[in-house]
Write a protein that binds this ligand. Structure first.
Ligand SMILES: Cc1ncc(COP(=O)(O)O)c(C=O)c1O
Length: 464
């Protein structure tokens, strides 16, 4: 389809699908599939933002094309620490570009891919963030979504994935870990197995870790950096990250990408010519956050509070060494002075951890509450989205169900079609629905109870 025709069609579809209409979502705040957290961002970020608003410096300047140099430097410091905890002497990250959220990082990378690898295919693992499909359409890249055939799973097992790789022979594999919409995640061993296969076949690996959180005690943290460095696959791996999901700050528009030099040069160029230059707002709390993450990685629980002082000092020395004197005095030092206001480091960790505990409890609540209607549910292993499949309702009825729930209960749900390139895969099979569990418990339970009530009363409408 011609791109203009596609844009028109997309607009019409969106208009007809009232559950997705932005005004309904914003007005009612009752989209149970929304995909962003309804819980608060960490206080450290919001407090700092108030200060930034008073200080015009943050809005009257552009930053550099690849992002503020202090931020790019700290991001490399953090990502390399994660990869080797100072033990190794190899680095994971040499080339990194800050982006206005993960979205331009993904779009710009797809543009690069389309120009570099003509007629090559992409494989998307599990259901996916809709943007990947939009990029495939826009840049006319052929792609396939691969899912598991097992009950309670969307993510293919490694055996299934290897079979799909053999069958489709892609040039790029897109792997969001933890996954969106399903919340599933591979273990370190599984990821290692996948990396070994893609390495054998010279396949590029895009790792989107936007939903990955190290402070969440209810999840096992997957250290992808370490796996990629140890498996020696740095040159062909592209990492994408952002603070939209882990810090509940999609409005801050801060993300980043690191990969080989050719890719990062291209993305930095697009940042420049589209004037998609990342903002200076939230840069200081983000730098402080990264230092807190480094501290979390290198110190155990007992020494974490005192450990923060050591990390700060180390950082101050590195910055002093690497920044010209005038710049350090006028620009870098004031930033560092603000960073070191992080006294409440322990609260910062706890605040984030607590949000994930709320999320996980909401997940358990849903499984229990929906028992009667549930056919399957994915295992929530990270982030705050998971998927459910209802009994008896066929896929061809998914939009009817979504439409009826929004009309009768004013609650929006996003079914599988939104995470599978607007396709209804098997009209007579069951379908997945994304549930976003990051919401204050009472509010969340109310929404779930209402949906249950709707199903109790109306399920007959949708039966095959
Ligand atoms: C897997 C994934 N990647 C990237 C993004 C883009 O996030 P942002 O552009 O807000 O950083 C999202 C947003 O939902 C996402 O779910």
């Amino acid at each position: 389809m011609d791109l203009f025709e596609y844009v028109n069609k997309r607009k019409r579809d969106e208009y007809e699908m009232i559950g997705v209409d932005g005004s309904v979502i914003i007005a009612n705040n009752t989209n149970i599939s929304i995909g962003v957290s309804e819980l608060d961002p960490p206080k450290f970020y919001t407090d700092h933002f108030i200060k930034e608003l008073k200080n015009h410096d943050f809005i009257k300047r552009y930053t550099a094309n690849a992002g503020h140099p202090m931020l790019t430097g700290t991001l490399k410091f953090y990502e390399n620490t994660l990869a080797n905890k100072f033990k190794g002497n190899k680095n994971l990250v040499e080339n990194l570009c800050v982006t206005t959220g993960a979205t331009p990082a993904i779009t710009f990378f797809f543009e690069y891919f389309a120009n570099k690898y003509i007629n090559e295919k992409i494989m998307l693992v599990g259901l996916n963030y809709y943007l990947f499909y939009e990029c495939m359409t826009k840049y006319k890249i052929e792609g396939i979504t691969v899912t598991s055939t097992l009950h309670d799973r969307i993510a293919p097992t490694t055996t299934e994935l290897i079979m799909y790789i053999e069958k489709y022979n892609p040039k790029l594999i897109v792997l969001t870990l933890p996954m969106n919409p399903s919340g599933e995640c591979y273990s370190e061993e599984e990821l290692r197995e996948i990396v070994r296969i893609v390495k054998q076949k010279d396949i590029l690996l895009l790792l989107d870790k936007c939903q990955l959180e190290e402070f969440a005690s209810c999840y096992q943290f997957l250290n992808m950096n370490k796996v990629i460095l140890e498996e020696d696959y740095v040159q062909n791996t592209i990492f994408i990250n952002s603070i939209s999901k882990t810090r509940n700050l999609p409005g801050a528009r801060l993300g980043y990408i690191f990969a080989n030099k050719e890719i990062i040069d291209y993305i930095t160029y697009l940042n420049e010519i589209y004037y998609c230059i990342p903002p200076l707002t939230y840069v200081i709390p983000f730098i402080a956050d990264l230092l807190a993450r480094i501290n979390y990685i290198i110190h155990d629980e007992q020494s974490r509070v005192s450990g923060m002082k050591i990390v700060n000092k180390m950082y101050k020395n590195i910055s002093k060494l690497n920044t010209p004197k005038g710049l350090y005095r006028n620009y870098t030092k004031p930033i560092l002075d603000s960073v070191f206001e992080v006294k409440e480091i322990d609260n910062f960790y706890k605040e984030i951890d607590n949000n994930y505990n709320i999320t996980y409890n909401n997940y358990l609540y849903t499984k229990n509450k929906f028992k009667k209607h549930l056919h399957s549910v994915t295992e929530l292993r990270g982030g705050f989205n998971f998927c459910i499949k209802l009994k008896n309702i066929p896929s061809k009825k998914q939009l009817d169900l979504a439409r009826d729930i929004i009309i009768e209960k004013e609650i929006a749900i996003l079914p599988e079609i939104f995470f599978n390139n607007n396709k209804i895969q098997n009209p007579n099979e069951l379908f997945w629905i994304r549930i976003t569990a990051a919401r204050v418990e009472e509010e969340y339970r109310k929404l779930i109870d209402e949906i249950c009530d709707f199903l109790d009363k109306n399920i007959d409408r949708y039966l095959n």
